[in-house]
Design a protein around this ligand. Structure first.
Ligand code: ADP
Ligand code: MG
Length: 409
């Protein structure tokens, strides 16, 4: 990141009594089957709190904007940030009132009720269709209303790393209206990723998985010339296996990506490593029948839902000499226990490795925590999957770019 102003600068300038709008990424997984929705993994909330805490301690009136899930531009109770506000209150040990809307009467009343050193949360910012609008004018309108909440001497802190790759009103446009500062989380995330793109210690191994190859082709393209080994598992490996001409049965395959995968296989040569066996199931279900089959011969009617034991062994060996590891995307459908082993073993191998390791991706980070692996055994666990991939691809992140020159500060 070139010169940006930070929370240190904001605090040094004096924030007591000033309204500070903080865009945070509080998009956490929820368990909704019980009487009230509950946060099942609060990693992102914890990651957002240091910036909020520092601002509160400096006497700011902190207004947090965030989204949850993918509501369609109107209020939907199941995407309310209420469970997030409750968890924030517990973790901060402060009252965290939640406005009933984004920039409406409830938001105005909630914000004007704040005393110095107090925090409030706005309701899911994606309840307002202008947040994600393609029309810059509509986004600017919402940005102006968000800015108005914190008043004429207000400030904006961009700390939602998981959304900095989105050109959205509360991420990007508001940085043109208020003096804008980089939050602690955004600074830390970008500095780690900068290290990966600069001069990483070698060997440099990357492990990619997750569901869709189309999401990750760009990053594979960008990384292939830079890495020593690229291990591919997860749902995305089947398009590569199909590109090799293998039988992939009913596994997840993106047919229109096969030619691209052929090209990458050619370019990658021996650096691009695919599974040699997979755990196949006769249905996408936790109680499906399962069997381990060779990766080149998945029977019709069966789908690969995890990498197999031979692949785990080969991937683990490939990771051993690595001094830098970047991992994005689970190796299988780890949410169902019969298909969790591949992800668990690879996560363990990375945790046990001497390498500087970076985990990117909401699901990958959640996997690390559900397996009970100590977060300290990883060099860095990123809160942003898409954002970290786009950074590694070399794309500009709008929520960072606006800090680098577009702000009014
Ligand atoms: P991240 O959030 O870490 O970036 P993704 O969102 O790309 O990861 O992918 C995570 C999802 O990929 C998980 O929900 C997982 O169930 C799914 N997945 C992994 N392997 C497979 C597979 N073989 N078939 C279908 N889905 C898969
Ligand atoms: Mg994901």
């Amino acid at each position: 990141m070139s010169a940006v102003t930070t929370v240190d600068d904001l605090i040094a300038a004096g924030v007591r009594g000033r309204g500070v709008l903080v865009r945070a990424d509080l998009n956490v997984p929820l368990e909704t089957s019980g009487p009230a929705p509950e946060v099942t993994d609060d990693g992102r909330i914890r990651a957002a709190l240091p910036t909020v805490r520092r601002l509160l301690d400096a006497g700011a009136r902190v207004v947090v904007a965030a989204h949850l899930g993918r509501p369609k531009g109107e209020p939907e109770p199941r995407y309310s940030l209420a469970p997030v506000a409750a968890r924030m209150a517990e973790l901060l040990d402060e009252r965290v009132p939640l406005a009933g809307d984004v920039v409406g009467d409830s938001a105005k009343a909630t914000v004007s009720g704040l005393a110095d050193g107090e925090v409030a949360l706005l309701e899911n910012v994606r309840f307002d269709p202008r947040e994600t609008s393609k029309d810059a004018g509509e986004r600017a309108e919402l940005a102006a209303e968000l800015a108005a909440l914190v008043g004429t001497d207000g400030a904006f802190v961009s700390d939602g790393f998981g959304v900095v790759h989105r050109k959205q009103a509360s991420v990007y446009d508001v940085g043109h209206v208020l003096p804008a500062y980089a939050g602690d989380l955004v600074l830390a995330e970008v500095s780690v990723l900068r290290g990966l793109t600069g001069d990483p210690a070698r060997p440099y191994a990357v492990v990619l998985g997750g569901s869709k190859v189309s999401d990750k082709l760009g990053v594979i393209d960008a990384l292939l010339p830079k890495v020593d080994t690229l291990l591919v598992g997860g749902g995305m490996c089947f398009t590569f296996l199909a590109a090799r001409g293998y039988d992939v049965g009913d596994s997840l395959v993106e047919r229109d990506m096969i030619d691209e995968c052929k090209r990458l296989l050619n370019e990658g040569g021996s650096a691009l490593v695919l599974p040699t066996d997979v755990v196949a199931a006769d249905a996408f279900a936790a109680d499906a029948a399962t069997r381990v089959v060779p990766a080149e011969a998945i029977p019709a009617g069966w789908m690969g839902l995890d990498i197999g034991p031979d692949s785990v062994r080969a991937f683990t060996e490939a990771l051993e000499p690595a001094r830098t590891v970047f991992w994005n995307g689970p190796m299988g459908v780890f949410e169902m226990s019969p298909f969790a082993e591949g992800t668990k073993q690879i996560a363990r191998a990375i945790a046990g490795s001497e390498a500087f390791s970076v985990v990117g991706g909401g699901d990958s980070a959640a996997a690390v925590r559900t397996f009970g692996l100590a977060e300290e055994s990883f060099g860095h666990i990123s809160t942003g999957g898409g954002a970290s991939l786009e950074y590694l691809e070399g794309k500009e992140l709008p929520g960072v770019a606006v800090l680098e020159g577009g702000g009014v500060a």
